[in-house]
Design a protein around this ligand. Structure first.
Ligand code: KG4
Ligand code: ZN
Length: 349
């Protein structure tokens, strides 16, 4: 029997809808991004994000069902991101999901945003080079987004343990802050990747490598020292009256971040005996990180799964996928959680 879920995601500055079948097939995925609006302010303005969600929710829900070619009667459940994220943004999506669930008599499935990111790896996107089998357990999962940098050990869908996390900035946050330091538009992640791709080998060689925080003996991460190192380099260069080589600095920064992320994820997988490594979150869209992980894991014969870039950044397809594998029905008085949520991912609690 098929299980079709309409999923909504509104934790930050994207209002997204999707219809997912059996946790695998993407029947529709629509994302209304506000990136252009927040770029003006150099970061996401929470109240503006919530208000934009209010404007976008009905058109996105309509477009999602239209794109799937389905009506309300074809759905089995409504899934929604419960947290973590911006409180006002989350409230819009959760309220819309509750209304739909109540009006149609459908179960409401709350999803932890980070679990959602991970479950993008279980979707079958329309790509020729996609390996159709689900990621094999046990696995190590690396989540790298704007608010989170975490390593998980997954024995199966139920047994999930966090084995490492950032002690300060998230990887995406570091990209965004360094992007701002280098005078690049918001969000800094894709801009840094673009700039780094323009640097020649000679330009990069002319700059000393930036530091890496290895934090020996743990699977934790730290990126604030790296951010400060970039700031100090920029200040020193400017004080000497020289222009900052933005593409080369972007490349050196990206190299440091991707080196630590790929090395730590591969080391954890090797030490714990994982059958594969999966990667998720906005920073997983980064080509250099994807390459670094693939080549580091190839050395130890481990397969790496990374969703296509459009499923790495915030979307509702991943929320629909997670809802199919972790079906915890919630009552209609469900609340959101913004920063600190339930441990690992147990939404609805
Ligand atoms: O997962 P996501 O879309 O939203 C959160 O849940 O936070 O992640 C957004 C983060 C931002 O910090 C953005 O700069 C970063 O992902 N990002 C990237 C790239 N695309 C998005 N970072 C590096 N390279 C990219 N290509
Ligand atoms: Zn996200």
């Amino acid at each position: 029997m098929t299980f079709r879920v309409l999923a909504l995601e509104s934790s930050c500055d994207e209002f997204a809808g999707a219809v997912i079948e059996d946790g695998i097939e993407v029947l529709a995925s629509v994302v209304a991004s506000q990136a252009g609006i927040h770029a003006r302010y150099g970061g996401v303005v929470p109240e503006v994000a919530g208000r934009e969600h209010l404007r976008n929710l009905a058109p996105v829900m309509r477009a999602t069902l239209e794109s799937a070619g389905l009506g309300w009667d074809d759905l089995d459940a409504i899934a929604v991101t419960q947290g973590p994220g911006l409180g006002g943004s989350l409230l819009v999506g959760v309220n819309a999901a509750k209304t739909a669930a109540w009006a149609r008599g459908l179960p409401l499935i709350p999803v932890h945003h980070i679990a959602g990111h991970l479950y993008a790896n279980w979707l079958r996107p329309a790509r020729d080079d996609w390996d159709d089998s689900p990621p094999p357990f046990p696995l190590v999962a690396l989540v790298v987004s704007g608010g989170h940098t975490e390593l998980f050990w997954m024995e199966d869908h139920e047994r999930v343990e966090r084995i490492g996390q950032t002690r300060d900035d998230a990887a995406g946050e570091a990209f965004d802050k360094v992007g701002r330091l280098l005078g690049l538009p918001f969000p800094g992640g894709p801009e840094i990747e673009r700039a780094a791709n323009q640097a020649t080998a000679e330009q990069i060689a002319a700059l000393d490598p930036l530091p890496r925080a290895w934090l020996p003996g743990s699977y934790d991460f730290s990126f604030s020292g790296l951010k400060t190192a970039v700031l100090n380099r920029v200040r020193k260069t400017e004080a000497a009256g020289r222009p900052v080589d933005v593409p080369a600095m972007a490349a050196r920064f990206q190299e440091s971040v991707t080196h630590v992320l790929s090395e730590k994820a591969a080391r954890a997988a090797e030490e714990l005996g994982a059958a594969c490594v999966i990667v998720a979150g906005g920073v997983a869209a980064n080509g250099a990180l994807r390459e670094a992980l693939k080549s580091r894991c190839a050395e130890i014969g481990l397969p790496v799964r990374v969703p296509p870039p459009r499923l790495c950044t915030d979307n509702a397809a991943m929320i629909g996928a997670a809802a199919c594998y972790r079906r915890s029905e919630a009552p209609l008085d469900l609340d959101v959680f913004s920063t600190s949520g339930p441990e690992v991912f147990s939404p609805g609690s």
